[in-house]
Design a protein around this ligand. Structure first.
Ligand SMILES: Cc1ncc(COP(=O)(O)O)c(C=O)c1O
Length: 472
């Protein structure tokens, strides 16, 4: 058959999107979800008749995945903001949000709407060979946000995991700066779980039994107790390495707020000095913002720290649902260097657009924006708890939607015990760092309110009080 010209003036896709039946179906679905989610407004115990099956399902899952799960958690598939119903009927207050992924909490209408729009799309996934316009929106949004305070970022390559975004960033740096083959990174950094990133991540246990891949040298991170001295030490380390391996460094790898490493924050002057040395020596500056993106006073943490003029490549993930490598023109790859089958599902891409726009529109950014004010409230409450339970809670640490405290002696054993007991009492947190270990939260910023933080702090108060009494 030959092609025929069409007299149509409107896309079939627009016709579908504008069909009043779709609007009606959406309204009904949103109404139904809201109605069934409405009772989930507080912590609840399991439904006894579901407990045995739930246990069996968890055991089966642990067996299938080849190792025990961290929490006895299997969601039922519905929640209400930071409250999530588990498949045993219990309800938890989720302030770890899948380690930073569920930034709009559970069953948020914005994301359900994105899901319905995604379900109407012709495919489940978008890919590098065949993309839809929604991916153009995501890429533009991410680049526009990155440029808003003066960075030279102008490109965005989407992918499906933080690790893949990081792998792509390393490729861009190695290719541009070839034959340089080394990376400088901070001690205690975490970059992801591929072979190369396990090498970059400063934790021996995560690369046990793995072959060496890339060459990485480490410099100490910022020390809040000695800002000038720690800056000098880090810069001197960097210069020493540059001298020892001239022309061999492709990139300096910056996690501006160390996430897995324990919620240690750097400081503008510290980063600026290191980044300036990098620029002077033609070393790419990569910021790994997979955990920090969307959580500080600005969309990107490099903007929070005022580093716009010195950034070359940034990676993001988690809260955005899609992951991406964002870079300046200088680091544009040669054809063939980066690609993969999937860029993301229609659901993750449409959700990313709703989340990015939502965070901007709802006033999350700015020195007194929602991210910083939620943090301040949590920090104030933790500070008063640390006075009440002297020697049991120290901190808080972190910035914006990342907040943590050290409990008791900071040992992994006591921290894990506290996290498990908080979980049993209905509050979801997670471990960060080692020596000391910390109890951390990644707030579901899109739905968290001070009242949720108050409830979390009441639980911490009670559980820490019990543990302190048992230790007395
Ligand atoms: C700073 C940082 N980089 C990279 C990653 C890896 O991301 P993903 O687990 O999506 O591969 C993480 C995940 O925790 C992270 O925190």
């Amino acid at each position: 058959m030959t092609q025929t010209t069409s007299d149509k003036t409107k896309l079939a896709a627009v016709g579908l999107a504008d069909d009043p039946r779709i609007a009606q179906a959406k309204r009904l679905i949103l109404e139904a979800v809201a109605e069934h989610a409405a009772p989930l407004v507080g912590i609840a115990e399991p439904i006894q008749s579901l407990v045995a099956d739930y246990r069996a399902m968890l055991d089966e899952y642990s067996g299938l995945r080849g190792g025990k799960v961290y929490f006895p958690y299997l969601g039922s598939g519905i929640g209400n903001g930071p409250f999530v119903e588990l498949a045993d009927g219990s309800v938890k207050l989720d302030l770890i949000s899948g380690i930073g992924v569920h930034g709009y909490g559970h069953s948020h209408p914005k994301l359900i709407e994105a899901g319905i729009d995604a379900a109407l799309c012709d495919t489940v996934m978008q890919g590098n060979l065949q993309a839809n316009p929604s991916i153009v929106d995501t890429s533009r949004l991410l680049v526009d946000l990155a440029k808003e305070s003066g960075s030279s970022i102008s490109h965005c390559f989407l992918t499906t995991s933080g690790a893949m975004a990081n792998e792509n960033s390393l490729k861009l740096a190695f290719q541009k700066n070839a034959p340089a083959n080394r990376i400088v990174a901070f001690t205690h950094c975490f970059a992801g779980r591929t072979l190369a990133l396990a090498q970059l991540t400063d934790k021996a246990a995560y690369r046990q039994g793995l072959p060496d891949t890339i060459a990485v040298d480490y410099i100490p991170f910022f020390d809040e107790a000695a800002p000038e001295r720690s800056t000098e030490v880090a810069v001197n380390h960097f210069k020493y390495y540059l001298k020892r391996h001239p022309g061999k460094y492709a990139a300096i790898w910056l996690e501006l707020i160390q996430g897995e490493g324990g919620y240690y924050s750097g400081q503008t002057e510290f980063f600026r000095q290191l980044m300036t040395v990098a620029r002077d020596n033609r070393v790419a500056v990569i910021a790994d913002e997979v955990q920090t993106f969307g959580r500080t006073s600005r969309p990107y943490a490099f903007q929070h720290f005022g580093l716009d003029d010195l950034i070359d490549i940034v990676t993001i993930g988690k809260i955005t649902q899609v992951c991406a490598t964002i870079f300046t023109d200088q680091y544009k790859p040669q054809p063939g260097l980066i690609s993969q089958t999937f860029t993301g599902s229609n659901m993750t891409i449409l959700a990313a657009n709703a989340i990015l726009q939502g965070l901007v529109d709802a006033g999350h950014f700015g020195d007194n924006g929602k991210n910083m004010s939620l943090h301040q409230h949590f920090a104030d409450r933790l500070e008063s708890l640390s006075q009440k339970h002297e020697g049991c809670i120290s901190g808080p640490f972190g910035i914006g939607g990342m907040i943590a405290f050290t409990a008791f002696d900071g040992s992994a054993k006591q921290t894990n015990e506290l996290i498990d007991r908080l979980y049993a009492a209905g509050l979801m947190s997670f471990m960060a760092g080692g020596n000391p270990s910390r109890v951390r939260f990644l707030l579901p910023l899109g739905c968290a309110e001070n009242s949720h933080i108050d409830l979390a702090c009441d639980i911490i108060d009670e559980v820490v009080g019990q543990m302190a009494a048992e230790r007395a």
